[in-house]
Design a protein around this ligand. Structure first.
Ligand SMILES: [Fe+2]
Ligand SMILES: [Fe+2]
Length: 382
């Protein structure tokens, strides 16, 4: 079970915060068109702070109620799990671990001992549990540069290498080089988007924000190349980005809306949440600095994408509405992983694929689909 530390936790972009920000980006203060949470089987959106109760019957030989039942489950003959919010229910039932699944138990208080029963009150909060960005794509695949030895793409960052053996360093180097390559490709992604916005007559604020986002991606790439270089022990940077002789732009507003939905509204929101998830578990200061910046700025990029979708719906009408509805319908069919194992390299920002998949699933169902439903309902009504 993961230890939690809250005292020095930074303010992170939680799912709840992200959802509020995306709703603001589309000009809606709340999920006014929905009743309850999007997730199937849930009974309503939780309020913050979340409070719930857990009770257990002491096992033979156990006398006193332990202060934290989750660290002393063997002292109970049963321990009825409590769920601070319904969507966590299935996950908790599968793993028995209250610290995963996007819900963090922030406080456990013994309420009373009644006979053999110990009853506790839990205070919980959502915790941010997606580096990456918006790589430029061709034929459905991201266009990524190969690695070359060069020092000029490295930011000035020095992660802690102690306690890492050669195999760990190699895994971390590969992991951070992939992240760096995606961030590097995202610079081109935003430059293409700026041209597409210009081609479709977008307002200046959207073009300006898009060009700023491209500069953010330069910094993200430099940070990630610095980490990859440190872990590999040699200065790594990108070779030329294999864009070919021409970069294809979207031909219609519908195409632009669809790519913005997939790569920005969804892709960058997930990138923000994955970075926040990694930040929550990372302990190395250099890695934390990188993840904090990525989490904040990818969330801003996601907001920009949702603003672009709203604009595209306003000027494109029904064809854009139909195309976006199809994109988000597809998204609703994602399924969560069945188990999540902690990664021994999470202190250096590397989570397992199953943890990332879980975060993606939760972000889709708790943030992106509700915001999409609100946007599509608002624009249909308009
Ligand atoms: Fe990025
Ligand atoms: Fe981004």
């Amino acid at each position: 079970m993961s230890e939690q530390s809250n005292s020095d936790a930074p303010i992170l972009p939680t799912r709840r915060m992200l959802r509020r920000r995306l709703l603001a980006a589309i000009g809606s203060a709340s999920l006014g068109t929905l009743s309850g949470c999007w997730s199937a089987g849930s009974s309503g959106c939780p309020s913050s702070p979340l409070v719930d109760q857990v009770a257990g019957t002491l096992a033979d030989g156990a006398e006193a109620c332990p202060p934290n039942p989750f660290y002393a489950a063997d002292q109970f003959s049963d321990l009825v799990p409590a769920y601070c919010t319904p969507p966590a229910e299935d996950y908790w039932r599968d793993t028995g671990d209250p610290y995963w699944g996007g819900i963090q138990v922030t406080d456990v208080r013994l309420l009373r001992k009644l006979g053999d029963e110990c009853r506790y009150e839990l205070s919980c909060d959502y915790t941010p549990d997606c580096p990456g960005g918006r790589p430029i794509h061709r034929d459905g695949a991201p266009v990524l540069a190969e690695a070359v030895e060069r020092p000029d793409w490295r930011a000035s960052l020095t992660p802690n290498l102690s306690n890492l053996d050669e195999a760990d360093r190699a895994r971390l180097a590969a992991y951070w080089f992939r992240a760096a390559s995606e961030e590097h490709s995202s610079i081109a992604g935003f430059n293409r988007l700026a041209m597409e916005l210009l081609a479709h007559g977008a307002p200046p604020n959207l073009v300006q924000a898009t060009l700023r986002a491209a500069l953010d991606e330069v910094a993200h790439a430099q940070d990630a190349f610095a980490l990859a270089s440190a872990f590999t022990g040699q200065p790594l940077g990108p070779a030329g980005l294999p864009l070919g002789p021409q970069v294809e732009l979207s031909k219609t507003l519908v195409e632009l809306a669809v790519s913005t939905a997939r790569e920005g509204a969804v892709g960058e929101a997930l990138a923000a949440q994955l970075a926040a998830s990694r930040l929550q578990r990372a302990t190395d200061p250099a890695v934390r600095a990188v993840l904090e910046r990525v989490a904040q700025e990818e969330a801003q990029h996601a907001e920009l994408a949702w603003r672009i979708l709203r604009w595209a719906l306003e000027i494109g009408g029904a064809p854009v509405h139909t195309a976006l509805s199809a994109v988000f319908d597809e998204l609703a069919h994602s399924s969560p992983p069945t188990s999540v194992q902690p990664s021994e390299l999470e202190s250096h920002g590397m989570l397992g694929a199953d943890a990332d998949s879980l975060e993606v699933h939760q972000c889709i169902h708790r943030v992106l689909l509700p915001v999409a439903a609100t946007l599509l309902a608002t624009q249909r009504a308009a």
